[in-house]
Design a binder for this molecule. Structure first.
Ligand code: BG6
Length: 489
């Protein structure tokens, strides 16, 4: 490996994702000595920029977790020296051939490995892949391509995209990112399940009453409305991020931790699910709200959003897995923008204890006496388990308390950004946290029929005020399945 080099080409280098996530993650990896000895970072985009200007842009956006550490500026200088820029059109093989020349120069005759990160809009995906494959792929090492969602907007368009990509790339060269898989607490989910004897036996319909996957953001689509309107919250968050959490939560034990073994189990559980039914979905859209003298805009106030848009910015859904382990257990999802908080968590509500000796003490409020396991993905990562205990004292009074693994209290070390883990995995050829094409197909199959129905029937989203807890419809949906949302009750 001494004689090989890795070139990381960020296509769409001046975009938001590149500035906010990709360059900072690369720098963090460099800071932690995780990048190979010989590496180069190339930005590629249409705008004219010199290497110095790219470095300047990168340095201004390195607002990553590292910047408070020792030697940061020194390391940053070293890192920036390895960053370069090439300006070119996205559909020009000639421009990519020029990039290829520059890359060869840097590789200096070593084995060349190339990682292209496509941080670009979906309508130019294929053009770029054609150009990189025909003009800039490695001659003697590996070539990998990281792609970001959207992977189409339904089963058909996603399958078409997969077909197009496969004209130029083998499946094992394609790294489809779902950045939720790079999050620390998501990576920990399998450790929690499979390395603790106390959870495995409870992990089924016998003891689990329902599972909730909740995502909320306390800001709207400000600035991204034009993009978002074409997709909506179901495609933006549920079909990918929340469904991935569900798959990891509900899959059977994989044969090993190998990428194929884990992804086989994820596909299996997704394929055991019924497509989401319209009656099991509630959609919402935020409206403006005046709070403390500040006016928060409605979704449709965004100039880039078409007038009268029905695109949901909130959705709640109930899904079911038809297998022996999960038959009849509601898997609820809730995702929304412009809500009262920014948070992502998994809540596992356990069944009541049969014939509970303490029922008379709990009185009528039996539901409050059940155990709940909460996995807080972000912010303020943690895992806690609600248990019943006696209130200290002479009387027999019961209470609920949390057994709490609070990461900030337990570990001094900062938690890496999801993109750091994923970029490192892509460089190392580890595919476990990337989405395989059959997995993507299975995910779309669950949501495509309902997405079409929502659009064809022009289902009106329930309006909710910016900064609120979302539409009440979500409560009725949960109630119909005998569920109370854990984040609200
Ligand atoms: C992206 C969505 O995939 O995830 C965005 O397109 C959303 O709409 C983002 O804001 C949330 O990611 P995170 O890591 O901030 O929870």
């Amino acid at each position: 490996e001494h004689d090989s080099t890795v070139s990381i080409v960020v296509v769409g280098a001046s975009g938001d994702l590149a500035k906010k996530k990709i360059f900072p993650a690369l720098f963090a990896l460099y800071y932690e000595d995780c990048l190979p000895k010989h590496f180069t970072v190339f930005g590629y985009a249409r705008s004219k920029m010199t290497d110095a200007e790219l470095r300047d842009m990168v340095s201004r956006t390195l607002t990553c977790r590292i910047d408070k550490r020792e030697n940061c500026s020194e390391k940053m200088e070293q890192f920036l020296k390895r960053c370069f820029y090439h300006s070119g059109q996205y559909d020009s093989e000639k421009n990519f051939a020029e990039l290829d020349m520059k890359l060869r120069d840097h590789e200096g005759g070593r084995v060349s490995n190339r990682l292209f990160y496509l941080s670009i809009p979906p309508n130019i995906f294929i053009e770029v892949v054609r150009c990189t494959s025909n003009s800039a792929s490695s001659a003697n090492g590996w070539t990998r391509v990281i792609v970001e969602k959207p992977f189409g907007r339904d089963s058909e368009s996603s399958a078409a995209l997969t077909r197009d990509l496969k004209q130029y790339l083998m499946e094992d060269q394609i790294f489809r990112i779902d950045h939720y898989l790079g999050k620390e607490l998501v990576e920990n989910l399998s450790v929690l399940r499979f390395s603790n004897i106390i959870f495995g036996p409870l992990w089924s319909r016998q003891y689990i009453r329902n599972v909730q996957f909740i995502f909320s953001e306390d800001f709207g689509t400000e600035g991204r409305g034009g993009y978002f309107d074409n997709y909506g919250i179901i495609r933006d968050i549920m079909q990918n991020h929340l469904l991935q959490l569900l798959a990891l939560f509900a899959m059977e034990t994989p044969v090993s931790l190998d990428a194929e073994d884990v992804r086989n189990e994820k596909v299996k559980v997704l394929r055991s699910m019924k497509p989401l039914q319209l009656e099991n979905v509630v959609v919402g859209q935020y409206k403006s709200q005046i709070k403390g003298g500040v006016t928060y805009p409605a979704y449709t106030d965004d100039k880039t959003v078409p007038e009268g848009s029905l695109t949901p910015t909130f959705a709640a859904a109930a899904l079911f897995i038809n297998n022996a382990r999960w038959d009849g257990v509601p898997f609820l999802m809730k995702a929304g923008k412009a809500l009262h908080s920014k948070m992502a968590e998994i809540r596992v509500q356990f069944r009541p204890v049969p014939g509970n000796l303490f029922n008379s003490i709990f009185g009528t409020d039996l539901d409050r006496a059940t155990n709940e396991l909460v996995i807080r993905v972000q912010p303020d990562e943690g895992i806690y388990l609600k248990i019943n205990n006696k209130v200290p004292g002479l009387a027999m009074r019961l209470d609920q308390s949390n057994l709490n693994l609070h990461y900030a209290a337990r570990y001094a070390k900062e938690i890496p950004d999801a993109y750091e883990r994923l970029l490192l995995d892509a460089i190392e050829g580890e595919r476990r946290l990337f989405i395989r094409s059959d997995e993507l197909d299975a995910a779309w199959a669950l949501f495509t029929p309902v997405l079409k129905e929502l659009e064809e029937k022009k289902v009106m989203p329930e309006l909710y005020p910016y900064g609120s807890r979302g539409p009440v419809g979500a409560h009725y949906l949960a109630a119909r399945h005998n569920v109370q949302w854990g984040d609200i009750s």
